[in-house]
Design a protein around this ligand. Structure first.
Ligand code: GLC
Length: 409
């Protein structure tokens, strides 16, 4: 198979242009909208062979923020064009109508997803030093970061809090079970009800995140905060490049503060765990998130060695013939078959782990992760996630994240 051609075809098939905004949907049947971190993933690998579309993807994703400046995790562009709204096959069977799923901007979701846009923009810029493009994104980016810093933090620290598991990008990861009041075993419908219930509670308190975050749901997620710090570093570089040295310093400073707070408040021995503000407790559930400090360069070489040898490549916890499971096999919640984020293998975690390993000089190990991703695609095609014991493709078909292998070099 010519991989680049297969990915190009997949992306072209999933591409949409609505009202002049061109973007790629993650999977036409299941996810027929623009998604925030998906579009950043797209920009990462499109920057290798289709710069025009990489830029379009990012321009669209910053193009419809909420009035508070937040980038929503879903943009339903049809809403703006007046075209009929697509109904995804997971269609919320009417439940969405009872709940105010939208906050401030019709057609936008009321939640965000991990911050990656600045990193993606910089990556595109490194392939094509188009300063006009960077400038065109900067205002919206700045507002999003101002929103996160002002509305998603508590006064005693710089960590940002998510208000729903969906914001982590890992909708049903077991690290949120306890915060949702769910036992390790429950049905997908029970889980969805809890998440929709949260949206309802936040709608009632008008998304005043600071008060809702200490009463309903407020989690300082490890991956989200590592990515936040990394994106702040990218913001600093962008601000510097386009001639805003004071703002650049501001981002450098904030990134350093976030890093200190991740190291101080989220570390439990060798492992970094997310923190539940409502229950005032660390979330001691082993998910692939424990490797995100490698991606952000937050640990020493000796600490990295522990994560890599004792956890990552250890078949007792995370390692399988097909790569890294999203939830450790030792967790009671581990469910590789139907678990979604509860044990199957996904391409994006592989991509983050690959770059984390490279950052610490684990070149052979990083290559191994890439080979596992390639093997999954060769065996089962472009699927949303995969069974860790058989490599069978699961979830959405024609799912775009497999394209990330083109950005493993
Ligand atoms: C699923 C994933 C989420 C992704 C979305 C669209 O909800 O959990 O991370 O953004 O699909 O692909």
């Amino acid at each position: 198979m010519n991989l680049e051609q297969a990915i190009t075809d997949l992306m072209n098939n999933n591409r949409q242009t609505i009202n002049g905004h061109t973007f790629t949907v993650p999977a036409p049947d299941l996810y027929p909208f623009q998604w925030l971190w998906d579009s950043c993933f797209h920009a990462f690998f499109l920057s290798k062979f289709d710069l025009k579309q990489a830029k379009a993807e990012l321009s669209a994703v910053v193009g419809r923020p909420t009035a508070s400046g937040m980038f929503p995790h879903i943009i339903n562009w049809n809403y703006e064009s007046g075209e009929p709204l697509p109904v995804p096959s997971w269609g919320r069977e009417g439940r969405g109508e009872e709940i105010n799923l939208t906050w401030q901007t019709p057609g936008n979701s009321s939640q965000t997803q991990p911050p990656l846009v600045a990193t993606a923009a910089l990556k595109v810029f490194k392939q094509d030093p188009d300063i006009v493009f960077l400038r065109s994104l900067y205002g919206a980016l700045r507002q999003h970061f101002t929103y996160l810093a002002n509305e998603r933090t508590f006064t005693d620290e710089s960590l940002v809090y998510i208000i729903n598991p969906d914001e982590s990008g890992e909708d049903n990861s077991p690290r949120f079970d306890n915060s949702l009041g769910l036992p390790p075993q429950h049905s997908p419908a029970e889980h969805l009800d809890k998440r929709l219930g949260l949206l309802h509670q936040f709608a009632v308190c008008d998304y005043s995140a600071s008060s809702c975050m200490s009463s309903h749901f407020g989690v300082a997620d490890v991956a989200f905060n590592v990515l936040y710090a990394e994106d702040l570093v990218a913001m600093a570089e962008i601000a510097h490049l386009i001639g805003y040295p004071e703002e650049s310093k501001e981002y450098v400073q904030r990134a350093a503060e976030v890093q200190v707070d991740v190291l101080t408040n989220l570390r439990q021995g060798d492992i970094f765990f997310s923190y539940d503000r409502v229950k005032s407790t660390p979330i001691a559930v082993l998910t692939w998130n424990i490797f995100m400090p490698l991606y952000g360069g937050f640990v020493t070489q000796a600490e990295a060695e522990v994560l890599v040898r004792e956890y990552l490549f250890n078949p007792k916890y995370f390692w399988t013939d097909y790569g890294v499971v999203t939830t450790a096999k030792t967790e009671v919640a581990f469910d590789p078959e139907n678990g979604f984020w509860r044990g199957s293998i996904w391409h994006a975690p592989h991509w983050f782990i690959y770059h984390g390993l490279k950052r610490y000089g684990y070149l052979v190990e990083a290559e191994l992760i890439k080979q596992k991703s390639l093997k999954l695609i060769e065996q089962s095609g472009f699927r949303e996630y995969y069974h860790p014991e058989t490599g069978a493709g699961l979830g959405a078909k024609n799912f775009t994240w497999g394209g990330l292998v083109l950005d493993m070099d």
